[in-house]
Ligand binder design. Sequence first.
Ligand code: MN
Length: 368
Amino acid sequence: MSDPDLAIVSVESTIVDVPLIRPHKFATTTSEVQPILFVAVTTAGGVTGYGEGVVPGGPWWGGESVETMKQIVDRYIGPYIIGRGVDEISGVMLDIERIVANARFAKAAVDVAMHDAWGRSLGIPVASLLGGAFRTGVDVRWALGAAPLEEIVEEVTHKMEQRLNFSFKLKMGALDPVVDTERVVKIVEAFDGKVGFSIDVNARWDRFTALRHVPQLVDGGVELIEQPTPADQLDVLAEINRRVSAPVMADESVQTPHDAYEVAKLAAADVIALKTTKCGGLQRSKEVVAVAKAAGLRCHGATSIEGPIGTAASIHFACSEPGINYGTELFGPQLFAVELLKKPLEYSEGRCTCPRVRASASSWTWMS
Ligand code: MN
């Protein structure tokens, strides 16, 4: 029986649209704001932990949105976990499967809020709950929306000069593939091999298109190919992985430990984009990383463009998990036009430092 002070007495959620510093252009949509569902779990001891339900710019990525997550959390998960201890995360997450299938982004918000409340109750960082931090921060890659050459060159140059990021990801899939490929090769050439670029097609190319353009991108100097083809077509991803020398990263294709197992079995990718959001929280993310490790795959600490709370959770995860061994793109708060924390996350020299204590209610500025 858990400490009575750790019992959950309320689960509340709020949707906030956070403005971005510039429109972020994905393959099929452009975001001007990032909607976030903030989930607050409060214990009988009076401690509140926070989590974020976040998808990248809307339901186009995986079917969930802040609106669907709010319904799932308010109507199903919240009432179901009242009375349970925030230190019962394994059991609670298992039991939630009885009432809500899939909906992993919503579950992640609850999982992170429980970790936060538990850590706060004990006065220790979430990384300690996860086994302890073995590094003090993570390298952070910056993602550029599908924008024209001149804009990209300007933004990359600015980031390099500020020493904020030293490697970059280019979003593809919004333009005609021939034009898009030429655009990316020109960007890579413009920096003459001095800057590392990866690309992300967000599963938008079919096999035919990918087999023509992915090799051109690799020949052009792109160092990592992220999810060129549809999520469920692992044989196609495996074929591309065999064809090109650059590593292929699976994102949309891996949301569960079993997905990771299938990718490993088919050698469909060399790297898995590990998002604590799409995996359903920190608990499940551990399982995905374990499968990757066993198969000799690397994991990249990826983002759904979480705010500072979700990002801090992923940084605590990455700092306590050696299996996150292919860098991160945990830049979410850097894309926001407003600072949500009184003590912001620290980004410098191409990395983000693991905060000693997670963002708390008292350091909260946005909702006050
Ligand atoms: Mn991706």
